[in-house]
Design a protein around this ligand. Structure first.
Ligand code: ADP
Length: 795
């Protein structure tokens, strides 16, 4: 402790201001930048000298007194008094510097603090500020000058409150204390009311974990006590033990960030769920004084959570059951439908049918396709609902895709005498990266609707390059923003109905008109467009027509990559290396023969079997390089076959490709390891199929440019040119006879051979032939048939 007066007396120096005057700013800057330092310094002295027993236990209260001292000091350093020295006539109660001391003196007096206690503590404040001088970069003379200034500052404060205190009579002091006591009691009562009326049970425990006080709800819920507060305020301890609380407190770790836990506790109303949290109580000297534990009853929330969990489980089970049901039904419905549609086509070719029979067969066929469409849409919807629908983008020739679509839909438009216009922006990129199948699905649905709901006029598919196009994709490819719009001059949709058209199974407008449809098309289209990162929009006016549009950001790809990736079937003619053996196992003749002819054409040695048992025997006898197997089969299914094969040492690493029409099989395959190497869905996507064969057999494909293609790129430029004109030369009907006949018996091998023949016949048939080839790859027999009919009619 340093006291200037005594040190001066000791050194025998006179009480005068040091001769050298230094600017006061450096001292001000030092004080202003060391608030925290000063706070810990005074705390250090207060703890060391045991002042904390009498002062506030809140650390922030100490900060407030440091600020309260520094503020007048900083003001005085900026605008110093006429003299820092003291004189006998001075009224320190009027001194600006002493104002803080007077205020503090009053506050401390009402808390019952005595003058000696306050004055001695003030000595330590003074010391803390003097200590701070050691941190400044001052010369010894400068430091001495600042020491003197600080002493005079604190002298004034002390003189100020001593003068104020001594002017205060004992009676006044007593009155002050009584007022303060009343306000403290009121404050206490306020917090007590809150404490007692809390819905949470609150427990206070001391350092030894003894219960010292609990609130009303805690007493009611966990004890038979009445008036626990009375005991506490009467100074009596609660002789109460709650085993769960003792256990909880023993394991309570205050350093854990989230100390809340949930417990199922015994109460006077039976067992209930509680969320428990605790906080240690510390005083300013960081001395631990006990705990407060708060328990909130969360039984209702827990019950609701359990109910919700159960409901979710049941909904998931129901959803799973629905998926299984849909998958099974679609598989079961498709099979007889293929028969119905196939035989209808065969019957329609009979030469001696009456017009009435032709008409009736047409109706059967239309109903069949309608049903097939419905099944596909329901399946798509269930995939969307269970987040199973994924996009498979790849390089696509955009103008060809759009032209192809228009060509397919053209016959329908012609039937109704509607003009179908394809309006392509010449700035569109030729090659883009997109899921061709899904983009076609959306546009096909919009075009079909437009034609369906239009009696006269036009339907336009326009694709515009948007002005804010040409962004750079993170992978450095160029991104084009394009807007695809389908506009019609049809019946339109009322404002009230427009809200509903994207909902499943909603058909709006004049429902008595019996338009064909399921009400699912727009729901699925909207979801697909969302998957593509966009939104399907509509604008419509009743009686005037409708407009549906969506914008896509598509990466541009070089046209060279398109012919290789999206049309490998055109180019693959075999593979490199030794001849490979493939075993095809499928109980359905049509699926088996399709795969056999496809693979034999590529020079594979193909064995086949109609079920797993037969497949196993064939595998043992012929040791194939690859097994392609269906999953649902009689006698032994694909799962058991694979298990049996994997149990034999020679087939441990045999590549197995599973193939199935069933949606749920795909899900199972994705979730678990059934021993297959790859899975592919039906109908088979040929590029995907070839990619998987290549991967499993480690082969390279032998490819050849199709005979019609011109290495100089003439074909590409021809495609681009025709993209904006849509002019095809159609072959005469006699050249299409071969395809028609092959179509009747579903012989796709011959269809492809015939298409090749057409391409060679005349290069102007190229676009028509390419369209047929694309449709052939999708086994879209009806669309092939429509296209041929179109050629026949145009002839
Ligand atoms: P649907 O299979 O019935 O066509 P969609 O989901 O594709 O199912 O369409 C839902 C409904 O929206 C249709 O039934 C029709 O009422 C209305 N709608 C769709 N497109 C058009 C359009 N271009 N013009 C008029 N109404 C339309």
């Amino acid at each position: 402790m340093s006291d200037r007066t005594s040190s001066e007396e000791r050194s025998g120096r006179e009480v005068t201001q040091p001769s050298t005057l230094y600017p006061l700013d450096p001292l001000g800057a030092l004080v202003a930048s060391h608030e925290d330092w000063l706070m810990s310094r005074i705390l250090y002295y207060a703890k060391a000298q045991h002042y904390t027993a009498y002062t506030s236990t809140l650390a922030e209260a100490w900060r407030a007194s440091i600020c309260g001292l520094s503020d007048p000091l900083l003001t005085a350093l900026k605008q110093p008094p006429e003299t820092w020295e003291l004189s006998p006539e001075m009224d320190f109660t009027q001194d600006a510097i002493a104002a803080f001391g007077i205020l503090e003196a009053k506050r401390h007096r009402t808390r019952g603090i005595t003058l000696p206690l306050f004055l001695s503590l003030m000595k330590y404040y003074r010391q803390a500020y003097l200590d701070l001088l050691h941190l400044g970069d001052f010369s010894p003379q400068q430091s001495e000058y600042y020491t003197h200034i600080l002493h005079r500052f604190f002298d004034r404060i002390e003189l100020g409150f001593c003068q104020e205190w001594s002017n205060h009579s004992e009676n006044e002091q007593l009155g002050e204390l009584q007022t303060k006591n009343r306000s403290l009691t009121n404050e206490k009562n306020k917090y007590l009311t809150i404490f007692e009326s809390l819905n949470e049970a609150v427990f206070f425990l001391d350092e030894q974990h003894n219960l010292v006080n609990i609130n009303e709800i805690a007493a009611q819920t966990f004890t038979s006590l009445k008036g626990s507060g009375k005991l506490y305020y009467a100074g009596q301890s609660l002789t109460l033990k709650l085993p769960w609380l003792s256990r909880y407190i023993k394991t309570f770790d205050p350093s854990r960030e989230n100390s809340e836990i949930e417990k199922y506790l015994p109460t006077n109303q039976g067992r209930r769920w509680f969320e428990i949290k605790a906080k240690p109580m510390l005083d300013v000297s960081e001395k631990f004084t006990g705990f407060v534990v708060i328990c909130a009853d969360i039984t209702h929330r827990k019950l609701a959570e359990a109910t919700l969990k159960e409901a979710r489980k049941q909904a998931e089970q129901a959803n799973q059951a629905k998926s299984v049901f849909l998958a099974t039904m679609s598989h079961e419905l498709r099979t007889p439908l293929n028969g119905i549609l196939g035989y209808t086509q065969l019957l329609k070719r009979c030469p001696n049918l009456t017009p009435k029979q032709q008409e009736e067969l047409n109706i059967i066929q239309q109903c069949g396709y309608h049903l097939l469409n419905l099944i596909n849409e329901v399946l798509d919807l269930s995939k969307i609902e269970s987040d199973k629908l994924e996009l498979y983008p790849r390089p696509v020739h955009l103008p060809s895709l759009l032209e192809g679509l228009v060509a397919i839909i053209q016959p329908k438009a012609e039937q109704k005498d509607i003009d179908l216009i394809l309006d392509l922006d010449p700035r569109l990129p030729l090659g883009v990266y997109v899921d061709e199948k899904r983009l076609k699905q959306v546009l096909m649905n919009l075009l079909n609707n437009a034609i369906k709901f239009t009696k006269v006029g036009t339907v336009t598919l326009s694709v515009q390059h948007l002005p804010y196009s040409l962004k750079k994709h993170p992978n450095l490819s160029v991104l084009h923003s394009i807007r695809l719009t389908v506009k019609d001059t049809g019946i339109g949709i009322s404002n009230a109905d427009i809200e509903h058209i994207f909902l499943p199974f909603e058909q709006v407008g004049d429902t008595s008109a019996h338009y064909e449809g399921t009400g699912l098309g727009l729901t699925i289209s909207q979801e697909l467009v969302k998957l593509m990162g966009s939104q399907l929009n509509v604008r419509s006016e009743q009686g005037q027509g409708s407009e549906f549009w969506f914008d896509l950001d598509l990466s541009e790809v070089g046209v060279e990559s398109i012919s290789e990736i999206s049309k490998p079937a055109e180019q693959i003619i075999g593979y490199t290396g030794r001849k490979q053996k493939i075993l095809v196992i499928d109980d359905r003749l049509e699926n088996r023969s399709l795969l056999i002819s496809l693979l034999e054409n590529l020079d594979f040695i193909v064995y086949s079997a109609t079920n797993g048992q037969e497949g196993l025997e064939q595998a043992i006898n012929n040791l194939p390089d690859l097994v392609i197997t269906d999953i649902k089969m009689p006698v032994m299914d694909g799962f058991s076959l694979t298990r049996n094969l994997r149990n034999l040492p020679q087939f441990k690493s045999l590549p197995i490709l599973a193939i199935s029409a069933s949606f749920s099989d795909l899900e199972k395959f994705e979730r678990s390891d059934f021993g297959y190497n790859e899975f592919i869905g039906k109908p088979i996507d040929l590029p995907e199929f070839f990619a998987k064969l290549q991967k499993l057999l480690h082969i390279s494909w032998l490819t050849a440019r199709p005979p019609d293609s011109d290495p100089s790129g003439v074909e590409d430029s021809a495609l681009c040119e025709s993209a904006s004109h849509s002019t095809w030369k159609l072959p005469p009907p006699e050249e299409l006879l071969g395809i028609k006949q092959a179509l009747e018996i579903g012989d796709f091998k011959t269809i492809f051979q015939e298409i090749d023949r057409l391409k060679k016949l005349d290069h102007l048939y190229l676009k028509f032939a390419n369209r047929l080839w694309d449709l052939g790859q999708e086994f879209a027999d009806q669309e092939i048939f429509d296209l041929i009919e179109l050629a026949e009619q145009t002839d």
